[in-house]
Design a protein around this ligand. Structure first.
Ligand SMILES: Cc1cc2nc3c(=O)[nH]c(=O)nc-3n(C[C@H](O)[C@H](O)[C@H](O)COP(=O)(O)OP(=O)(O)OC[C@H]3O[C@@H](n4cnc5c(N)ncnc54)[C@H](O)[C@@H]3O)c2cc1C
Length: 510
């Protein structure tokens, strides 16, 4: 850990996930002194990458949407001085995502609404009306969602309980068509939000799905470029970033405001305001349970998180596997909503396949990630180990055997999609829920944080303000997860410190 000066920062940001970095940059750009404290060696949280056999793997960003000129993420990234440095690869127009079923049938999600509809209508000619309605419902939600549409009205409290939060995604799709296959195709990319049949709201589905339909890109050589550019930008504005700086507790002024945070090495960092990019539950524990109202604490602690993942990372022999400029969502069971509540004997009930875009070759992929759902309960026996770069605790032979067995199960089903793939594989690596838990610093390796629920819409929405008047939250648990959701969330957090209208105007003009 580098030396942290003994001064009082205007803002101390805890965690360098996209939310933390974006807040730090917005605040530094607006003239404040900022320090970012990150527990890991590598910045970025889910933007981190790792390398095996010289291939770069993403941990938490496989593709992003809404980046065409003038689209919402483009505007935000321009304001964040991020866009111009990014190495992007536009995905297949006629199928950036392919939804594939056990019978081998494939359905393509195309870029651009006209294209998207055209491809689906070719597969489901009897379902024109349902497809049209589905698209128009999604666009409607997106048009009215503040900041997603920069012109949409923001009410005084961004978190007002809008009616659409109670519309359930599965139920809504079912209301549009009786065609089971079409229902599954329309929800086929639901691992993007780890969708739960009776809980996931339609707005989560719409905001995320729409962002890719309007444009879909992979990040060439990995998502860490976002963190690297952001970190450079923050420093250029005078902000400071400290890696290997794990916050473990806080000290308070007599008035109940946070005075300073305490790091694992005993040093302290003082601030006038604190922004936590950690999971709200972790934030409560670190800042001290007693400091929060019982009702708030209970509510946050009772919230369900999205499930975790077991991901298999394959490296390929040189020029053996053709690069896929699309992702594949493979389902081994009929219902695309089933996998999240999987049955052991059927696991993996589905998986997501992505070959990362690499500057090395357009034609061949040097590696592939295959992501499946897994509950952290499966790794319970190793839960007391902690393993990240710089702090390695071996989880032991039984854990390695567990991972090898699970990887083999995934490979067996992967072979059905890509016959002969085994001969092309150089090495097999994997990450378990514990890997996600340790690198992100949450309790259960949750993929996307708090599960939004159409049953309890207000309960599952987290406000950036806490009862501690100089402690705020940011990150994927606020508005919605993903690069777009977290970016929007960072602005919503910063509205507490900067003039909202002024900053939105700047984003629009960026
Ligand atoms: C497998 C996977 C695939 C995904 N794919 C995509 C995708 O294709 N497209 C997309 O848009 N989104 C994707 N996402 C979601 C997206 O990556 C996340 O929603 C987003 O990056 C989360 O950002 P965040 O700001 O909430 O911070 P996080 O990424 O959660 O980072 C939190 C940071 O806080 C740090 N921290 C925690 N505790 C402490 C502490 N005590 N002291 C100091 N630092 C601490 C952590 O080390 C971490 O760096 C994916 C996520 C996963 C897991």
């Amino acid at each position: 850990m580098s030396y942290i000066p003994e001064k009082e920062y205007d803002f101390v940001v805890i965690g360098s996930g996209l939310g933390g970095l974006a807040c730090a940059y917005i605040l530094a750009k607006e003239g404040h002194s900022v320090a970012v404290l990150e527990k890991n060696t590598q910045l970025g949280g889910n933007l981190q990458v790792f390398s095996r056999d010289k291939s770069i793997f993403d941990t938490g960003v496989h593709y992003i949407g809404g980046l065409d000129k003038g689209q919402m993420l483009y505007q935000f990234f321009k304001y964040l001085d991020l866009y111009d440095g990014l190495k992007l690869k536009r995905m297949d127009e006629d199928g950036y995502d392919v939804i594939r079923f056990a019978d081998g049938k494939e359905y393509k999600h195309g870029i651009g609404y006209d294209n998207f509809k055209r491809l689906l209508i070719a597969d489901f000619p009897e379902e024109v009306q349902a497809i049209e309605q589905f698209c128009s419902d999604m666009q409607d939600i997106c048009k009215n969602f503040p900041l997603y549409n920069l012109d949409a009205e923001i009410t005084a409290d961004y978190f007002d309980n809008q009616d659409y939060r109670t519309i359930n995604a599965y139920a809504h799709i079912c209301s549009l068509t009786q065609n089971e296959r079409l229902r599954n195709v329309l929800a086929g990319s639901n691992p993007l939000y780890a969708g739960v049949k009776d809980k996931t709201p339609f707005y989560v589905h719409a905001l995320i799905f729409n962002s890719y339909i309007i444009s879909a890109y992979k990040l060439i050589d990995g998502g860490s470029q976002i963190a690297n550019i952001m970190s450079r930008n923050i420093k250029a504005k005078g902000g400071e970033i400290f890696r290997k700086s794990q916050v473990i507790s806080a000290n308070y002024h007599d008035d109940g405001n946070v005075k300073e945070v305490v790091l694992s090495n005993g040093s302290v960092v003082r601030g006038r305001n604190f922004v936590s990019n950690m999971h709200p539950e972790v934030t409560i524990d670190i800042f001290g349970e007693k400091r929060f109202l019982t009702a708030y604490r209970k509510r946050v602690k009772s919230l369900e998180n999205t499930i975790s993942s077991f991901t298999v990372h394959l490296t390929f022999h040189k020029d053996s596997f053709e690069y896929l400029n699309h992702n594949i969502y493979q389902y081994n069971v009929d219902d695309v909503w089933d996998g999240v509540d999987y049955k052991q004997e059927l696991w993996p009930e589905g998986f997501f396949v992505c070959t990362p875009a690499s500057s090395k070759s357009d034609k061949y992929a040097d590696c592939m990630s295959v992501m499946t759902y897994m509950s952290i309960k499966e790794t319970e026996q190793w839960q007391n180990t902690y393993n990240v770069i710089g702090h390695t605790e071996e989880r032991g032979a039984a854990y390695e055997a567990f991972k090898a067995e699970k990887s083999e199960q995934v490979l067996k089903t992967l072979e059905k999609v890509f016959p002969g793939i085994r001969a092309k594989i150089k090495n097999v690596y994997s990450s378990s829920p514990l890997t996600y838990r340790d690198y992100i610093g949450n309790y259960d390796g949750s993929l996307y944080g708090i599960l939004k629920s159409s049953k309890e819409p207000v309960k599952s929405v987290i406000n950036p303000k806490t009862k501690i008047s100089n402690l705020y939250l940011t990150g994927q648990n606020l508005i919605f997860h993903g690069i777009l959701g977290v970016t929007i969330g960072a602005f919503v957090t910063c509205f507490n410190f900067v003039d909202r209208k002024n900053i939105i105007d700047k984003v629009k003009q960026a």
